[in-house]
Write a protein that binds this ligand. Structure first.
Ligand code: 5GP
Ligand code: MN
Length: 345
């Protein structure tokens, strides 16, 4: 049995909305990850089963290793089909905002969503949600938005309507936001839910392979190169890896190739904090990815030094400047956070 995490009144209200609505739009954050796409498609499959006209719209492309997901071909990219997407958003009776906590996280879509007339619901697990929706379902202690989607569907009484395809999407989001159930994954109810998803016929081992083991040869060589250049800061229990545009070119880099790199330095004994700096291919900025183990709050470091945020153990931000400048900022941050980096736990 599952604990009732989502407040009953919010579920009842959403169920009422759904009863009256035909056209529903689902939106997730920029540079969508497994949980953004998984939760969106998990909800999309459910809404389809209820004969709703639902559309998933995301600000830009998502990585190739998510393209096997059932329904992924129907996901609309805002940066490519803006006009059509704007029409769908304007006409939607309900807009479901998934896996983000602030309008700034949906980039160019922010205005369209903000001014849309439809009723809005936020379903998310990031800290400090902005108030831009009529219903805000925000649970930072739940490890993925996909898990929240499962809980929402079940609490509305529709477990039986979850299809194998929907279950695959939900499982993918739960798996990717916990690094294959290696962090943020001690809540026993996660495993109850996995049992329920398996009862729908999903092949979790196959999903793992499709997500994590379908990379190109050049991606593996890129990983080797990036790690060979890694800098470890033993006095700070920290490690830094980076990737310039020039290096990306040398290894035929495509979007998604560096997914997961930031976690690797955490496999070094006594390293509790990892930083990955990557020159963005589209914007003139450095994308900052941070990970920690234990109690080190990498979201606090992201907020203070890289204009970002996120979760305790997984956060990120942006830096406008050169990669060398970003490295110097990181080193200043390490100095400031030294007491916490050296704290046991
Ligand atoms: P990733 O390193 O996978 O890009 O991001 C990990 C987590 O950090 C995301 O789930 C998100 O919560 C947070 N995050 C990443 N980039 C940003 C950013 O630019 N701003 C904020 N506020 N959070 C971010
Ligand atoms: Mn998520």
């Amino acid at each position: 049995m599952l604990t009732k995490v989502i407040e009953q009144a919010k579920i009842d209200r959403f169920a009422r909305w759904m009863g009256h609505a035909e056209r529903i739009v689902i939106v997730a954050h920029v540079a969508p990850d497994g949980d953004a796409i998984g939760s969106s498609l998990g909800l999309w499959h459910f809404l389809n089963s209820q004969d709703k006209t639902a559309n998933v719209i995301v600000p830009n492309a998502f990585p190739d290793f998510l393209k096997w997901m059932p329904g992924s071909k129907d996901v609309l990219l805002y940066d490519r089909y803006k006009e059509f997407a704007d029409k769908l958003i304007a006409e939607a009776e309900i807009i479901c905002c998934l896996d983000f906590n602030a309008l700034s996280r949906i980039d160019a879509m922010a205005d369209a969503i903000k001014t849309a007339k439809g009723k809005k619901i936020l379903i998310d697990h990031h800290l400090y949600p902005e108030e831009f929706c009529d219903i805000t379902i925000s649970h930072p202690n739940i490890s993925s938005t996909s898990e929240l989607i499962f809980r929402l569907i079940c609490r509305m009484g529709y477990f039986s309507e979850i299809t194998k395809q929907g279950a695959e999407c939900i499982y993918t989001g739960m798996m990717t936001d916990t690094g294959g159930f290696t962090y943020n994954s001690n809540n026993r109810e996660i495993y109850f839910i996995i049992g329920e998803l398996l009862s729908k016929g999903i092949d979790k081992d196959d999903i793992y392979r499709k997500v994590y083991n379908t990379y190109s040869e050049s991606r593996l060589r890129l990983m080797g190169y990036v790690l060979s250049q890694m800098r470890v800061y033993p006095d700070y229990h920290a490690a830094l890896i980076s990737l310039t545009k020039n290096e990306q070119g040398r290894f035929d880099y495509i979007r998604g190739d560096s997914e997961g790199f930031v976690n690797i330095p955490l496999s070094i004994k006594d390293v509790v904090f990892s930083c990955f700096l990557r020159e963005d291919t589209e914007k003139p900025m450095i994308k900052v990815s941070l990970r920690s183990v234990g109690t080190f709050p990498c979201n606090q470091l992201a907020a203070e030094f890289f204009n970002g945020g996120g979760h305790l153990n997984a956060s990120g931000g942006e830096f406008y400047g050169t990669i060398d400048e970003a490295k110097r900022v990181l080193e200043r941050a390490l100095e400031k956070f030294k007491p916490l980096l050296n704290a046991k736990g």
